[in-house]
Design a binder for this molecule. Structure first.
Ligand code: SF4
Length: 443
């Protein structure tokens, strides 16, 4: 475990004026992009569910949620950021701290990150470094500590770089799930992080508190699954809207998010009963897998799919920034402390479909999850999305393609950068893929 040190190893000492000016200009651009994304989502579905209004509000990084967290901090609550879905949220909640995901989805800050690491490095990493350099991310700034899981080389070095500015807690997941010692090692990591959380917050994680936190997350998972299940039928909600709801679970108050998601599902069920669809039912159904996509700038691909000619609809994904976030509940046999820690360890390790794992069967959990998702959502095609520099997802492509070829599902490899400059070129590629899917449907 690493703590903040006085001498900066990586981050430059930028003049305060430069930090403030860059912060103001990137923030202003980001506010425009967030508003524009929402407007475009409204335009795509003019009869957009009324319940989406709440999620639109939470999606403003510089809005009500930031203010709420600031107020909670002023009352003495701690904020714990995390860079990966391996972070055990139940333990954070059980210590009455606030969990927030802090990976950056800002394109502009990736250019700032280039001052510290080469352009070949994953843009999510460069962008997160850049966001820290100009204090842009409200949630990263408000974090008292950040949990970083060493899933790839980028995350590994990012933890070291951010330790110049933040208290970083490192977790090392085993790269093999099915060895005799893996779960044992991971359980030790879970116990170690529990101790860190208790120390930071000054709150003991009691069995009662942990049970409450697990139950809170189980309810959130139930609402989350209900939404994903609704997407399996005719298109009752556009994929971008569902993706926004999914992502907001990582920043919002989880109890309130659960209630609002249930309300959204109630509204969607009523619409389905009346055959009110977000787009024509024969719109080509697409799934996206690969590198995580973070709000707000990295809304590029979902936007292209759903605004394309011919139009497509995103009916699901296999992204650790969306459909994978809350899908799996912690399973408990007996509510003892040991059983709860076991349940948490199992849920965060065994249910993960991260490409950081290797096995003789070729990370079959990810492949199986994706195949099931294709079947459940009746997806007609898969876009395999990779940002340049993301080796793990890039390297697993041929494995995934072979599995999809076997079930006759077309898959398209789409590589891109953290930039808006290639939108035109991507549009042509996405539309050609959707055209091909439409032709298969017509045939
Ligand atoms: S897994 Fe890929 S996208 Fe995620 S941090 Fe590592 S390199 Fe970047």
């Amino acid at each position: 475990m690493k703590s903040q040190s006085a001498e900066k190893k990586y981050l430059p000492d930028m003049p305060q004026k430069e930090v403030e000016e860059l912060n103001a200009s990137v923030k202003a651009a980001s506010e425009r992009i967030m508003a524009d994304n929402i407007e475009r989502m409204k335009k795509t579905d003019p009869n957009r569910p009324a319940a989406m209004q709440y999620f639109d509000e939470v999606s403003n990084f510089f809005g009500m949620r930031q203010k709420e967290i600031q107020e909670a901090k002023a009352q003495g609550r701690k904020v714990i950021g995390y860079l990966c879905v391996f972070a055990p949220i139940e333990l954070i909640l059980a210590a009455d701290a606030i969990p927030v995901r802090v990976n950056s989805g800002w394109y502009d800050t990736s250019k700032l990150g280039d001052r510290i690491v080469p352009v070949e490095v994953c843009p999510v990493i460069r962008s997160t470094i850049g966001a820290k350099m100009i204090d842009l991310s409200p949630y990263l700034e408000l974090s008292d500590a950040v949990i970083s899981t060493l899933t790839c080389d980028g995350q590994t070095k990012l933890s070291e770089i951010l330790s110049d500015a933040k208290q970083m807690w490192i977790m090392t997941p085993p790269r093999v799930k099915d060895s005799a010692q893996s779960l044992h090692l991971w359980k030790e990591e879970i116990k170690a992080i529990k101790t860190q959380i208790e120390k930071l917050t000054g709150n003991k994680i009691t069995p009662k508190k942990l049970k409450e936190a697990i139950e809170t997350m189980q309810k959130a998972t139930k609402a989350f699954r209900r939404l994903q299940d609704l997407r399996k039928g005719n298109p009752v909600i556009m994929g971008r809207d569902a993706m926004l709801v999914n992502q907001m679970s990582m920043w919002d108050d989880i109890k309130r998010w659960t209630k609002k998601t249930e309300a959204l599902c109630d509204e969607l069920e009523k619409r389905a009963e009346k055959n009110e669809w977000a787009c024509p039912p024969d719109t080509p159904r697409v799934i996206v897998t690969g590198t995580p996509m973070f709000w707000p700038d990295n809304w590029k691909l979902p936007t292209l799919i759903e605004e394309a000619t011919p139009q497509g609809i995103l009916v699901g994904d296999e992204l650790c920034s969306s459909d994978r976030v809350l899908y799996d509940p912690v399973g408990i046999d007996e509510w003892t402390m040991d059983d709860m820690i076991n349940g948490i360890a199992e849920r965060y390790l065994m249910a993960s479909t991260c490409p950081c794992f290797t096995s003789k069967d070729g990370n079959e959990d990810r492949v199986n999850w994706l195949l099931n998702k294709v079947k459940d959502t009746k997806a007609q095609g898969v876009i395999y999305y990779v940002i340049r520099g993301c080796m793990l997802y890039a390297m697993e492509y041929s494995r995934v393609k072979k599995a999809l070829d076997k079930v006759d599902i077309p898959v398209y490899y789409l590589d891109t950068e953290y930039t808006r400059e290639d939108v035109g070129q991507m549009k042509t590629r996405v539309e050609a893929f959707l055209e091909m899917l439409s032709a298969r449907v017509d045939f």
